[in-house]
Design a protein around this ligand. Structure first.
Ligand SMILES: Cc1cc2nc3c(=O)[nH]c(=O)nc-3n(C[C@H](O)[C@H](O)[C@H](O)COP(=O)(O)OP(=O)(O)OC[C@H]3O[C@@H](n4cnc5c(N)ncnc54)[C@H](O)[C@@H]3O)c2cc1C
Length: 528
């Protein structure tokens, strides 16, 4: 993917696009793949970087959602379990299965969760990832050596999927591009244009790099801007009522040694009735999440003091070595684009539906909001079906159920630290052939190397140091201090690639270091 080529394609088209998608998170990029593989002319515009919004800040699970089972939302669970299976089948380099253990400290938990997980297995049917079963206390400790053993009776093991959210997103963007879509980051949509009858017929967007503005025409305009969907809806309907009830969730990241296992802990009911996970991820331990209603959406939400305490307290109940504030390597916060039932108040968001919603306003602007990372493909199929009807486009079948995603590789383990790149790993190794030292880690605590930075600039449309350290690699999310110390070197490598001057290097380092403060505790939090 090359941004200059994409920009030239975006502004150079003389006939209207079939579909313009606003928003480059999981939902928008999913729609771009679906539409492009049906043969439509698609332009996707992302205001910041791909995944800058919620899609980089998930718990990293491709799952049916055990919690929704407890809420009785069987259809959502079944749909998500099916999508989980399809995603592992279509992107084995990016989605793998992971054992989850529910530790049992009361007599009733083994039969209760044991039966619940059997239902989960049954709902997965042929898309199952492995059978759940009840474990003895000894078996539980063997799999989770750092579990709090006092009062432990045993556990229930079940299987779900895990992924790296922005790595998958970049491969999705590349898949859409491979099928002819034009995707542009740093291209905010400023306005949705309308024809003489008031129907949406295009958008005006800016190229943040040059400051230039362009207006393009389209038969259908899709708003896939997640937590920002209401702002875009007001471009065609200034009176539109709020549809999004934002709710934030935080994750704390620790060293691997706190979990020291290939399995995750799933706490089905915390002191305030939520679900909490402790998960091994990229050689670290991620613990989360929370569900705190907030008033306004923003790109860099901050954790509340109470959320940090809640996660530390809950982790202390389940881990034999309780983590402290000083052990936090990074804290990241995401905002769920939950859809309000009605009215304007923001109440208890944990009970709001995780299903997606498609809304079409009087101007014909299609907004798709809600859902989950796991179900992006199904959401996209549904959305493009609506677009076909609304825009009177050719009625072409969806083909994504069996579509291999970019980088598809059946034995990614053989690629070592480049496993997540799948078949792109060869291209990164080719870059490294010019300079074998470019495969050495840039920081002793993280695996990321110079060749990955070069690849991100040349082929993954990374424009800033933040793009590289937060989303092409996951340095910022795994260890904010390490990421801060990598910033000068990363900006030098990027400048060498692009020909940027010393001023650019200095301003990038400063901007990244300021941003990264928000991922540090205690400096970076806001008291509630
Ligand atoms: C804490 C947390 C944990 C989660 N964990 C999981 C999980 O483990 N598994 C799972 O399946 N799901 C999970 N989810 C849900 C999942 O992350 C979201 O459903 C999904 O990422 C939403 O994607 P999106 O594309 O709709 O929104 P976003 O990713 O926010 O994308 C919207 C994009 O629109 C862009 N945009 C906004 N305005 C404009 C404009 N004017 N012009 C152009 N672009 C614009 C933004 O920059 C943004 O990139 C979690 C969510 C949260 C908050």
């Amino acid at each position: 993917m090359n941004r200059q080529t994409m920009l030239a394609g975006a502004k150079g088209r003389e006939t209207p696009w079939d579909i313009v998608v606003i928003g480059g998170g999981a939902t928008g990029v999913g729609v771009a793949i679906d539409a492009a593989t049906r043969g439509f002319a698609v332009l996707l515009l992302e205001a910041e970087d791909f995944g800058k919004g919620t899609s980089s800040r998930s718990t990293k699970l491709i799952h049916g959602g055990v919690r929704y089972l407890e809420q009785g939302n069987i259809s959502l669970v079944m749909e998500a379990l099916k999508e989980r299976g399809l995603l592992r089948q279509n992107a084995p380099h990016l989605v793998h299965d992971l054992a989850f253990i529910v530790p049992n400290y009361s007599w009733w938990e083994a039969p209760f969760y044991g039966i619940g997980m059997k239902v989960y297995d049954l709902l997965a049917g042929k898309y199952g990832f492995g059978r759940s079963r009840i474990l003895s206390a000894e078996e539980t400790i063997e799999r989770l050596p750092n579990l709090q053993t006092e009062g432990l009776r045993g556990g229930v093991i079940y299987y779900d999927g895990q992924f790296d959210d922005t790595r998958l997103l970049i491969h999705m963007a590349a898949t859409a591009a491979d099928h002819g879509a034009t995707l542009l980051n740093y291209a905010p949509v400023l306005n949705v244009t309308r024809d003489a009858e008031g129907f949406a017929d295009g958008v005006t967007f800016a190229d943040s790099d040059s400051g230039e503005q362009f207006t393009v025409r389209s038969r259908v305009v899709i708003n896939a801007t997640g937590i920002f969907a209401d702002r875009v809806r007001r471009m065609t309907d200034p009176e539109a009522k709020r549809m999004i009830a934002p709710s934030q969730g935080i994750h704390l990241v620790f060293e691997q040694s706190f979990l020291r296992a290939n399995a995750a802990i799933m706490v089905p009911k915390t002191s305030d009735g939520r679900v909490l996970f402790a998960i091994p991820w990229h050689g670290h331990t991620v613990v989360g999440t929370t569900d705190t209603p907030i008033q306004e959406s923003s790109y860099e939400p901050k954790p509340f003091e109470g959320e940090i305490d809640f996660i530390l307290d809950t982790a202390a109940q389940f881990l034999s070595r309780p983590p402290t504030r000083a052990d936090i390597l990074s804290v990241y916060v995401g905002i769920r684009p939950l859809v309000k039932e009605d009215g304007d108040g923001v109440g208890n968001t944990s009970t709001l539906s995780r299903d997606h919603t498609i809304h079409i306003d009087q101007a014909g602007l299609i907004s798709i909001v809600g859902g989950k990372w796991t179900t992006y493909r199904y959401m996209a199929e549904d959305c493009v079906n609506h677009a076909i009807t609304l825009g009177m486009l050719d009625d072409r079948e969806c083909t994504t159920r069996s579509l291999h995603l970019h980088g598809y590789h059946q034995a990614p383990e053989s690629l070592g630290s480049l496993a997540v790149y799948g078949s792109d790993a060869d291209a990164i190794l080719a870059i490294a052939a010019e300079n074998p030292r470019s495969l050495e880690p840039m920081h002793p605590e993280l695996p990321y190397c110079e060749a990955e930075v070069i690849w991100a600039v040349r082929s993954e449309m990374a424009l800033t140091v933040e793009d590289v350290l937060a989303r092409r690699t996951r340095a910022l999310f795994l260890n904010a201090r390490a990421a801060i110390s990598m910033a000068p070197r990363v900006s030098q490598i990027m400048a060498r690639e692009t020909g940027a001057d010393a001023g650019w290097v200095a301003s990038q380092v400063e901007a990244f270091q300021t941003l990264a403060q928000g991922y540090l505790v205690p400096q970076g939090y806001l008291a509630s």
